[in-house]
Design a protein around this ligand. Structure first.
Ligand code: PMP
Length: 294
């Protein structure tokens, strides 16, 4: 990869010069939105789905993105080209922009757009076979009527508090429930369970991000002929599941081997999880937007 170049409000700058104002409301209040996207072999995986989610999140919080959809796509592609990136991670950030110390967004005349591309620090390959240790946490998922988890907002304190709890338990991942005790998602991933050949994932209205990897896995289940149900479940259903796995842009499809001290299935990634991971990895460099021809 070339020296890291960052897109900052229409300019391409070095890492040292990639600085924003201390009055930016993204910094002061977590007021803004973001996307995490992957490029595989020159292909931005599910590019339009990520851009759609970015613009939907912006609309929901009444944030005007100062770039059109096509301009955003071109800014992202140009950042990738300048960084000579074929495989890696793309972070799109739109903050409310600089304002004053008051929280009123009307005092922020222009949103800021930042695009960072980086190599990805991912789980080692053996983790995909062995699976993760996860714990459920007492911290509840943001209520959809307070801060809807469908908005991919810069305010990740809910997720960070959950991560702190799972760190204290020396676990790899956390499982968050909503206020009614239904499972919602991991700290930064969606969750699936498998029981007697049926794949289950919680509906996002319970309090989860509408993950793009989640949707890709739902579609793969259909393609492979696995029965898929979006329905609420509890920690009990997780403990007695044959397989449990998490999905996300960074993590892809990764099993849990142990949850709250219960061994899941055989204590390593199960056959359906591994099949879905294999099929997922077969499509990631095909389905999306090609920046580089391979
Ligand atoms: N839930 C949360 C809270 C997330 O932050 C993410 C993204 N890291 C996901 C789920 C997975 O979403 P996606 O598959 O679109 O990356």
């Amino acid at each position: 990869m070339a020296e890291q170049t960052i897109y900052l409000d229409g300019q391409f700058v070095t890492k040292e010069n990639a600085k924003v104002s201390v009055f930016d409301h993204g910094f002061l209040y977590g007021d803004g939105i973001f996307e995490g996207i992957r490029i595989y072999n020159g292909n931005i995986f599910k590019c339009s789905e990520h851009l759609d989610r970015l613009y939907d999140s912006a609309k929901s919080i009444q944030l005007d993105i100062p770039l059109t959809y096509d301009e955003m796509l071109e800014a992202m592609a140009e950042t990738i080209r300048r960084n000579e990136m074929r495989n890696g991670y793309i972070r799109l950030i739109v903050s409310r922009g600089p304002g004053n110390l008051g929280l009123d967004p009307r005092r922020c005349p222009k949103a800021s757009v930042i695009i960072i591309v980086e190599q990805l620090a991912i789980y080692p390959e053996h983790a995909y076979i062995n699976g993760l240790r996860a714990v459920s946490v007492s911290q509840r998922r943001n209520l959809p009527d307070a801060l809807n988890p469908k908005i991919k907002s810069l305010n990740y304190l809910n997720n960070i508090l959950v991560k702190i709890q799972s760190n204290l338990a020396e676990a790899d991942e956390a499982i968050m429930m909503n206020a009614q005790g239904y499972v919602t998602e991991g700290s930064g991933d969606n969750i699936f369970i498998i029981k007697r050949g049926v794949v289950y994932t919680p509906p996002c209205y319970l309090g989860a991000l509408e993950g793009i990897t989640r949707q890709a896995i739902i579609e793969l289940c259909e393609k492979l002929g696995y029965k898929l149900k979006e329905e609420p479940f509890t920690m009990h259903d997780i403990y007695i599941a044959d397989e449990v796995f998490f999905t996300g842009t960074a993590a892809e499809v990764i099993a849990a081997r142990e949850i709250d001290g219960r061994i899941i299935g055989e204590g390593h990634a199960g056959p359906i999880t591994l099949k879905l991971l294999e099929e997922f990895r077969n499509v990631v460099d095909k389905d999306g937007y090609k920046v580089w021809e391979s």
